[in-house]
Design a protein around this ligand. Structure first.
Ligand code: PLP
Length: 373
C-alpha cells in the first residue's frame, strides 16, 4: 500500500504504540483512584500535559485533553460564546473552515448568534486578512480561522486576523489540527486565545485531541460530569491516548518538516514532466503547508480516478465530501475560485515523513498509466 492521505489520518508510529501499550494492559488504573496504579495513571497524564505544553510553549494549565480535534473545537467555540458579553452576537469564520468549526458556528445560530463568513481573497500568493477586517466589528464575539487548510494546505494569516479580532474586543479561535508538526506552532505567539489539535493527524492515536485556552480566559466545560481535567472536561481520561498523543508530539517535533515538503515537491515536478497538460496543480503559488498537493485532472472524475488508484494500492482522497451516499462538490475549492468542473476533477495527495521517494515514483508511474490522454 502507498498511503498518501496523511491529512485524513496518519499511521501511528511504533514508538507511540509502545508508549501507549502499558496503559492498555497492566497500567489500567483509573486516574482518579487513590491507590498506586490510579496515581501512576494520573502522573502519566500530567507528564504528557507537561510535554505537550513545552512543545507548544504554553502552560500545562492552559491545556485540556479532549476526545478529538472536533471536541476541542466544539468546546472552544461554544465555551467562548456562552460567556460572550451582551451585544456581542456574531461569529466570524473563514470561508474554508473544516466542518468541525463551520457546523459548530452554525449550531450557535440556534441560540441567537449570527454567523458571518469572511470571503477568501488571495493577494501576492497569500490569503489576504482584509476580508476579516471587513467582517469583524464590535458585535463580534469570536473569530474562527484555521491555521492550515486540510484540502489545499493554504496557510491563513493568523497573527493579522488575531490583531483585527482583538482590536474589536473579539476572541480568536484557531483550528491548528492540520498545522501541528507541519508549521511552527506556538498558539500564544500566533495571537490565539484558543486553539485545537488532534493526535491522529501527527502519527498519534485517534480519539484524542487537546484544547489550548490562554490563561485568564475562563470558558465553561462542554462535557459535564466528574471533575477531571480541572473540571474542564468530565469523563474518565483516555490515558493511553493522552500518553500516545504526547509521545507522537515529541517525535514529530524533532522531525524536519522539509522531508514531507521535499516529497511533495518531487511529486509535483514529476506530475508536470510526466503528465504535462493532463494535470494542473491547484494553488501552486499560494503559501501552503509543505505536505499537501491538490491536483486537477481535467476531464476526469476524481472519484473514478481514486477507485483506479485504490486498485493499485494507492490511497488519496478527493476534495469532495461524501454524505449519506451523495457526493457534494468541495465548498473549499469553489470558495478558492475553482470552477465546479475543476473541483470535481481534483484529488488531494498528502505526504508525511513516513512516505518514501520510491512511493512517489510509483504513484507517478500509476498516474501516467491511468490518467486518460
Ligand atoms: N479540523 C481540521 C482542519 C481537520 O482536518 C480535522 C480532521 O479532518 C478536524 C478539525 C477534526 O479532527 P478530529 O478528526 O480529531 O475530530
Amino acid at each position: 500500500m502507498i498511503y498518501l492521505d496523511n491529512n485524513a489520518t496518519t499511521p501511528i508510529l511504533p514508538q507511540v504504540t509502545q508508549a501507549m501499550l502499558p496503559y492498555l494492559t497492566e497500567e489500567f488504573g483509573n486516574p482518579s483512584g487513590i491507590y498506586t496504579i490510579g496515581h501512576r495513571a494520573k502522573t502519566a497524564i500530567e507528564k504528557a500535559r507537561g510535554s505537550l505544553a513545552r512543545i507548544l510553549n504554553v502552560l500545562p494549565t492552559e491545556l485540556t485533553f479532549t476526545g478529538s480535534g472536533t471536541e476541542a473545537i466544539n468546546q472552544g467555540i461554544l465555551g467562548a460564546l456562552w460567556t460572550a458579553q451582551a451585544g456581542r452576537d456574531t461569529v466570524v469564520i473563514s470561508a474554508i473552515e473544516h466542518a468541525a468549526v463551520a457546523k459548530t458556528a452554525e449550531f450557535a445560530e440556534r441560540f441567537g448568534f449570527r454567523v458571518r463568513v469572511a470571503p477568501l481573497r488571495l493577494a501576492d500568493g497569500k490569503i489576504d486578512a482584509e476580508p476579516f477586517a471587513e467582517a469583524i466589528d464590535d458585535t463580534t464575539a469570536l473569530v474562527c480561522a484555521m491555521h492550515a487548510n486540510n484540502e489545499v494546505g493554504a496557510v491563513l494569516p493568523i497573527p493579522e486576523i488575531g490583531e483585527i479580532a482583538h482590536g474589536h474586543g473579539a476572541l480568536l479561535f484557531c483550528d491548528c489540527v492540520q498545522s501541528f508538526g507541519k508549521l511552527a506552532l506556538e498558539p500564544r505567539g500566533l495571537g490565539c486565545d484558543m486553539a485545537g489539535i488532534s493526535a491522529h493527524k501527527f502519527h498519534g492515536p485517534k480519539g484524542v485531541g487537546c484544547l489550548f485556552v490562554r490563561q485568564g480566559l475562563k470558558i465553561p466545560a462542554l462535557i459535564h460530569g466528574g471533575p477531571q481535567e480541572n473540571e474542564r472536561r468530565g469523563g474518565t481520561e483516555n490515558v493511553a491516548g493522552i500518553v500516545g498523543m504526547a509521545k507522537a508530539a515529541e517525535e514529530v517535533s524533532r522531525w524536519d518538516p522539509n522531508v514531507a515538503t521535499g516529497l511533495r515537491d518531487v511529486f509535483e515536478e514529476g506530475l508536470k514532466t510526466r503528465l504535462g497538460k493532463k494535470c494542473r496543480i491547484n494553488f501552486e503559488d499560494l503559501e501552503r503547508v509543505g505536505n499537501t498537493s491538490s491536483v486537477q485532472f481535467p476531464g476526469m472524475d476524481a472519484n473514478v480516478l481514486l477507485i483506479k488508484l485504490d486498485r493499485f494500492g494507492i490511497c488519496a482522497s478527493t476534495g469532495a465530501a461524501c454524505h449519506s451516499g451523495s457526493l457534494s462538490t468541495s465548498s473549499v475549492l469553489l470558495h478558492m475560485g475553482l470552477p465546479e468542473s475543476g473541483a470535481k476533477s481534483t484529488i488531494r495527495f498528502s505526504f508525511a515523513k513516513t512516505n518514501t521517494p520510491g512511493e512517489v515514483d510509483q504513484t507517478l508511474d500509476v498516474l501516467s498509466r491511468i490518467v486518460s490522454p
